[in-house]
Design a protein around this ligand. Structure first.
Ligand SMILES: [Fe+2]
Length: 183
């Protein structure tokens, strides 16, 4: 089994949606990128499961969030230096690579720009997963996600904070998972 296949199939985190895994194989993604996408996708799935109980009336496109989390950094297959350093070239590049997936390509372009007023709930959730997978907290982003829950803002924020604290507890294991796979 090659290194990409190991990153896609190693137990410990949920498997990526098959269409997302197929794209990673097609572009020969760096194993480290596949491992990162599995970590963010796993956290996105945890957030969605929690949200289904916390705000059952909120209509979120679950498949879109999972696909977005599983592909948001796909452009780093073309800009691998952005796997280990800063850079934004992967964003538009990723959206171009996913063009044939229509609106699902948008997560690649928007995951670093959650502060746009027109960011959708699905985009906010992908970006939140891309922070909290490694235990990073971002108050402004979290306030926008809390607002989706409805009710008193401070109460919604506290409920979300509990869940994010629980998810952040797993950050070390996810970081170790990602680091095991070569760039
Ligand atoms: Fe990411």
């Amino acid at each position: 089994m090659d290194a990409l296949e190991r990153a896609l199939t190693e137990p410990g985190l949920r498997p990526l949606p098959p269409d997302a895994a197929a794209i990673l194989r097609e572009v020969g993604a760096p194993p480290r990128l596949a491992a990162h996408l599995r970590a963010v996708h796993d956290v996105a799935a945890q957030l969605l499961d929690w949200l289904a109980g916390a705000a059952p009336e909120l209509a979120v496109d679950r498949a879109a969030v999972l696909f977005g989390a599983a592909t948001h950094d796909i452009g780093k297959a073309l800009h691998p230096h952005e796997l280990s350093g800063p850079g934004h070239e992967h964003e538009e590049a990723g959206a171009r690579m996913l063009r044939r997936h229509g609106p699902l390509a948008r997560f690649a372009a928007t995951h670093a720009r959650w502060d746009r007023p027109d960011a959708t709930p699905e985009e906010l959730l992908v970006t939140l997963a891309d922070k909290v997978w490694k235990g990073r907290r971002e108050t402004g982003l979290e306030e926008r996600v809390a607002a989706l829950l409805g009710g008193a803002p401070w109460e919604a924020y506290m409920v979300l904070d509990d869940e994010l604290t629980r998810i952040a507890d797993g950050a070390e294991a996810r970081l170790a998972f990602q680091a095991r796979h070569p760039i």
